[in-house]
Design a protein around this ligand. Structure first.
Ligand SMILES: Cc1cc2nc3c(=O)[nH]c(=O)nc-3n(C[C@H](O)[C@H](O)[C@H](O)COP(=O)(O)OP(=O)(O)OC[C@H]3O[C@@H](n4cnc5c(N)ncnc54)[C@H](O)[C@@H]3O)c2cc1C
Length: 385
């Protein structure tokens, strides 16, 4: 429909996991949908590349995410059936910390509230089950049995392939250079002009630079995340049949780390620091990450004694954080047919199946299935008026 008088029901800009899931739900519901991506696909410049992400039902004290996670699991199973591939490995998620660590206690309470099976362990039991981790004797460990690994890249490709199968139009290597809102929305690329009844902007870290041009100034902070893969010397205790995903917010008093079993590169476990330097996504590789490397190497040497001291593989990915680490899923304050999806704050992959459904509802004038108040844009400005 490029340059024609025809009009799409919805144009989705950004083919990361959030935009691709949104486009999939729209096409599946029979909507004429265009999915536009600036880079040739697949690419590794944003936030959705790589082969693995953690998924889990427990979300500390934020029950609104846990409610959405139940449906996200169902939608992932549906996608697995449609594409005929396994997208989820149920190896559990271990959350741990000191006796006074709020994230560990909130995780336990959340699992109890929602009736999700879990195991509570002391350090003796932890060492028996996972002998390659060394943490202090007074730590508490909660194993969320619903958790595990999402095969990230396969899931991204499945959404895109199903979108096309349901009749959607996918254009990659074609950046949106201009957006004209109004009763109908015009999206310009260098090659084409597209018209839509509504648009969903799922721009990942580029939201921070693009949204101000349409009058939306959300405090978004793109961070460069250093993704490290470590080799175990001697044994093989980190495969997903023996090792879970894990998260610890302040176990070392100096940083939130997380890990995933060796499912991406054979024999290499993924363990990363959950922060990094602020960046412009177009200049990602120019930013120094030495302090991140120093910190993660010190953590590995102290708490993972069977791993080599240097990572075998190092890659880069981007978080786009909001001040409260909650997503932005809202309409533009003036143009209701412009839907904004941003600020996934390093935890948006597992929720993408349900986020895409909600965004597809918002873009087509339906009532979203969930309470959207935690995701509104005006939450950042309420106390400043
Ligand atoms: C290292 C790392 C580990 C993570 N681990 C987890 C985890 O374990 N569990 C979890 O749930 N989440 C995790 N996340 C977070 C999750 O991956 C992200 O929240 C999610 O991928 C965000 O997707 P997105 O679609 O918003 O962004 P992106 O993937 O960046 O997609 C945005 C897309 O928009 C395109 N775009 C931008 N501007 C334009 C334009 N003008 N025209 C056309 N296209 C444009 C970009 O090229 C990009 O493809 C992790 C993230 C990282 C970086």
């Amino acid at each position: 429909m490029a340059n024609s008088r025809e009009i799409y029901d919805v144009i989705v800009v950004g083919a990361g996991i959030e935009g691709s899931s949104t486009a999939y739900h729209l096409a599946k519901a029979g909507k004429q949908t265009l999915l536009l991506e600036q880079f040739p696909l697949p690419h590794s410049r944003g936030s959705s590349h790589g082969q693995s992400r953690i998924t889990r039902k427990a979300y500390g004290a934020k029950d609104f995410y846990t409610r959405m996670m139940f449906e996200s699991y169902e939608l992932t199973t549906e996608l697995e059936k449609e594409c005929g591939k396994q997208l989820f490995i149920n190896c559990g998620t271990l959350v741990f910390g000191r006796p006074d660590d709020p994230f560990t206690s909130c995780t336990e309470e959340c699992l109890q509230r929602f009736g999700v099976p879990f195991d509570k362990m002391d350090s003796v039991e932890q060492r028996r089950r996972y002998p390659s981790m060394a943490f202090p004797d007074d730590f508490n460990f909660i194993l969320d049995k619903s958790g595990g690994v999402l095969r990230a890249d396969k899931m991204l490709q499945a959404f895109q392939a199903q979108f096309v199968r349901f009749g959607g139009v996918l254009r990659d290597g074609e950046p949106m250079v201009d957006l004209h809102p109004g009763d109908e929305v015009t999206v310009r690329t260098r090659e084409h002009v597209y018209r839509g009844r509504s648009v969903v902007l799922a721009l990942g870290p580029w939201a921070a630079t693009f949204l101000p041009s349409i009058g939306v100034n959300i405090p978004l902070e793109p961070l460069k995340i250093t993704v490290c893969y470590w080799k175990e010397s001697g044994s093989d205790t980190f495969c997903s049949s023996k090792f879970p995903t894990f998260i610890t917010e302040n176990a070392m008093g100096d940083g939130h780390i997380y890990g995933l079993p060796a499912e991406e590169y054979p024999g290499l476990v993924k363990i990363c620091l959950h922060t990094g330097p602020r960046i412009d996504p177009d200049k990602r590789d120019a930013v120094d990450n030495q302090w991140v490397m120093d910190k993660i190497k010190a953590i590995i040497a102290t708490h993972f004694p069977t791993l080599e001291r240097e990572p075998r593989v190092v890659e880069t990915c981007i978080y786009t954080n909001t001040p409260d680490y909650d997503f932005v899923l809202d309409h533009h304050p003036v143009w209701k047919n412009v839907v904004i999806a941003a600020g996934f704050s390093g935890h948006g992959f597992k929720l993408a199946p349900v986020v895409g459904k909600v965004l597809s509802q918002m873009a087509t004038g339906q009532k979203p299935s969930y309470d959207m108040s935690p995701f509104r844009i005006d939450r950042f400005f309420k106390n400043k008026l």
